[in-house]
Design a protein around this ligand. Structure first.
Ligand code: MLT
Length: 408
């Protein structure tokens, strides 16, 4: 019989969002009349911007004509999109278009990146975190079993809580890979320029690589919050950055994202030779990926047009207005509330320490779905995430129900 990858057996429960889906389906079956409002998974609800749709259609029409038909494209993405990315998202930061790898999602990129690093790498991950970071390292065999507290042996956890203002502290030991996410999923909090500089300095001193997830940068509303790690001097020597069109431009069902790997970023082989991380990621990308589809890349490039930018801004503001409404209502009700200012997620302290218990109370008493903090890691216990990705109407109904139906 074929032997399986035993590392998969170390994974605790199912992946977070399908698990929430399962519980919600069960509740809906038992309560068929309940009008359930889902603010769990951060999934967009507004349709694609008009200019994106136009470009998408034109991309499909190109495929319908012999003279503009496209077969396989460049694995790393078309130049029109890579150029638009560097000109708009990294202006003045010295990123070259060939350092941008277009893909079909940041979930895949942030999950796949670990495979170009040694299985012996010491990995530091903030806790709570987007579950992909931990789970993919478990699957790869970089950890031991999970212990009773829900942590995996071998991972260096960096707790985020209200005592450290949800900013990860430097590990006491030297680590090889560091996952940072700002604006943070799930806490909705951001890292300041000086905090990021501390991390870049640490990474350079320890020859570590920072895996910087900035999928939510477009939601930053406050001045002087860094959007890219490359705003910090020296980051090109020690950091990879992930960005996504999913939340920014409503691409969760379209699928397009990119990863920036600077050419000067180096790792080391077991024989001590310096190796370009860019060349390894390029090799992996070309071997395992055939590029995002041409119409999808056309659609993504449209968000950088003048019209596209304005239409995307409207959508971002719509969700951030929702975040404000959620924040204010929960604060009024007496909850301690974090995030939601530079990110579409509001992170609240639950009245009871058990965040799955709070999930059940909210579902039962208000028919509102959120995400229990414990699903993002043990330090998420006692917290809860509400997503601002809903219609205005649903958000205000959910808030009304929480105001009236939930003990604070
Ligand atoms: C989330 O809710 O954390 C995200 O939507 C999940 C994802 O981006 O994969």
């Amino acid at each position: 019989m074929a032997r399986i990858n035993d590392n998969y057996l170390k994974l605790q429960a199912g992946y977070l969002f399908p698990e929430i889906g399962r519980r919600v389906r069960e509740f809906a079956e038992n309560n068929p009349k309940a009008d359930i409002i889902k603010l769990g998974i951060g999934d967009v609800v507004l349709p694609l911007a008009e200019s994106v749709v136009e470009a998408f259609k034109r991309g499909v029409e190109d495929m319908a004509k012999e003279d503009s038909f496209k077969g396989y494209g460049p694995e790393q993405g078309y130049d029109f999109l890579r150029n638009a990315v560097v000109e708009n998202d990294f202006a003045g930061l010295g990123i070259d278009a060939d350092e941008v790898f277009i893909s079909d999602g940041s979930k895949c990129d942030s999950g796949n990146i670990q495979e170009i690093f040694s299985i012996d790498s010491k990995v530091a991950i903030s806790d709570p975190a987007y579950p992909v970071y931990v789970d993919t390292n478990v699957m790869a065999g970089r950890t031991g079993a999970a212990n009773d507290s829900g942590t995996y042996e071998g991972i260096v956890y960096m707790p985020l809580n209200d005592t450290n203002n949800f900013s990860p502290e430097l590990p006491k030991e030297s680590v090889d890979l560091i996952y940072l996410c700002s604006p943070n999923n799930p806490t909705g909090m951001t890292m300041s320029r000086s905090e990021l500089k501390t991390w870049v300095d640490y990474a350079k001193q320890n020859n570590s690589i920072i895996l910087f997830d900035s999928a939510y940068e477009r939601f930053i509303t406050e001045k002087d919050v860094p959007k890219s790690i490359y705003e910090i001097e020296g980051a090109k020597d020690c950091a990879i950055e992930f960005r996504s069109f999913s939340k920014t431009a409503g691409f969760t069902g379209v699928r397009c994202a990119y990863t920036v790997v600077p050419k000067q970023l180096m790792g080391q082989s077991s024989s001590g030779e310096k190796i370009s991380i860019h060349s390894l990621w390029n090799r992996r990308h070309c071997t395992k990926f055939n590029g995002a589809s041409y119409p999808v890349q056309k659609a993504a490039a449209a968000i950088y047009s003048e019209k596209g930018k304005a239409q995307v801004d409207e959508r971002v503001s719509y969700y951030m207005e929702n975040a404000k409404v959620i924040r204010e209502a929960l604060s009024e009700k007496g909850f301690s509330v974090f995030g939601g200012v530079n990110a579409p997620y509001v992170w609240l302290k639950t009245p009871e320490p058990d965040s799955w218990g709070f999930f059940d109370s909210l579902l039962n008493s208000c028919h509102v779905v959120g995400t229990p903090g414990a699903g993002f890691g043990p330090s998420g216990e006692g917290y809860f995430r509400l997503s601002a990705f809903g219609t205005k109407e649903n958000i205000s109904t959910a808030i009304e129900r929480i105001r009236n139906g939930l003990p604070s």
